[in-house]
Write a protein that binds this ligand. Sequence first.
Ligand SMILES: NC(=O)c1ccc[n+]([C@@H]2O[C@H](COP(=O)([O-])OP(=O)(O)OC[C@H]3O[C@@H](n4cnc5c(N)ncnc54)[C@H](OP(=O)(O)O)[C@@H]3O)[C@@H](O)[C@H]2O)c1
Length: 298
Amino acid sequence: MNSKQVVLITGSSTGFGRRFAETLARKGHTVFATMRDPAGRNAKNASEIRTLAEKDSLPIHVLELDVTDDASVQRAVDAVVAQAGRIDVAINNAGYYLSGLEEAVTIEQAQRLMDTNFFGPVRVNRAVLPHMRRQRSGVLIHISSGAGRVVIPSGGFYCASKFALEALAEAYSYELAAQGIEAVILEPGQYETPVFGNTVRAADEARTNTYGAAKEIPVKVNGALSSTAGNAQDVADAVLRIIETPAGEKELRYFVGPQDFGLNEINALSKRVQSSVLEAFGLAADTKFLKGKAVGSV
Ligand SMILES: NC(=O)c1ccc[n+]([C@@H]2O[C@H](COP(=O)([O-])OP(=O)(O)OC[C@H]3O[C@@H](n4cnc5c(N)ncnc54)[C@H](OP(=O)(O)O)[C@@H]3O)[C@@H](O)[C@H]2O)c1
């Protein structure tokens, strides 16, 4: 793989995605910073990114991509390949937080969350993989969360969406290793981005009101999450290090966070258990990505 890579990022309008775009482009990587509705609701964000790219001569191109829309995902991936001739890295970053007692989350809210946080990456991976397979190289990066490994009360549906993403990414990593394609999971702890302002609240207040003192759980959790948030640039620096790690040497999982809740321990244990599972199923030789490596911490 060429050291300067062609990178597609979802959810680049704000937060991590926007930082990934700038951080990677400043290192010479060609970035397709995708977002939904760059001519409408994200017009200001799109124009700021274009202005920055022009002012500092950065290789950033803004494209429309809504991860909940199959056709939009395919159009964006086609546009990247038409313009750059290839696609080396897809960063599945778009996502949002849903807060509230689980019983108060409506089915519609739960489905919408999964459609973005889980089916979004499913769509993106299915669109980019034929190109990566043709190239016999590529990296799928999944922005999960510490909450993709531990459970936060009142964040159960968000955790479920990230646990689901982790399972998908891990299965991909085993299946794609032999084709030179790596699937990587990055688990950020809590970081200062617009994510807290964009949080969706559980809609069924009548259910919430039956919970007595437990009604305060979401308030406590949200307060704790936002008051201990770290500098989001740390996550962008972690993505840069992952992308610049040579092919075949990347870890499956990376945790980065302002607080260590023992996530590295869970990941190390999981890796050992997974190794045994793969051995037992006679799959160890097909899944070389896992073998002989320490769990990453970036
Ligand atoms: N900040 C943290 O503490 C933290 C910790 C762990 C994991 N994460 C994860 O990091 C990722 C980025 O979040 P962030 O913290 O940077 O928050 P953010 O600033 O709110 O960014 C979320 C991004 O996702 C985009 N998005 C939402 N729905 C979309 C859709 N249907 N199609 C395309 N883009 C969509 C948003 O775009 P719009 O502008 O169009 O809404 C926005 O660009 C998320 O997956 C989040 O779960 C964040």
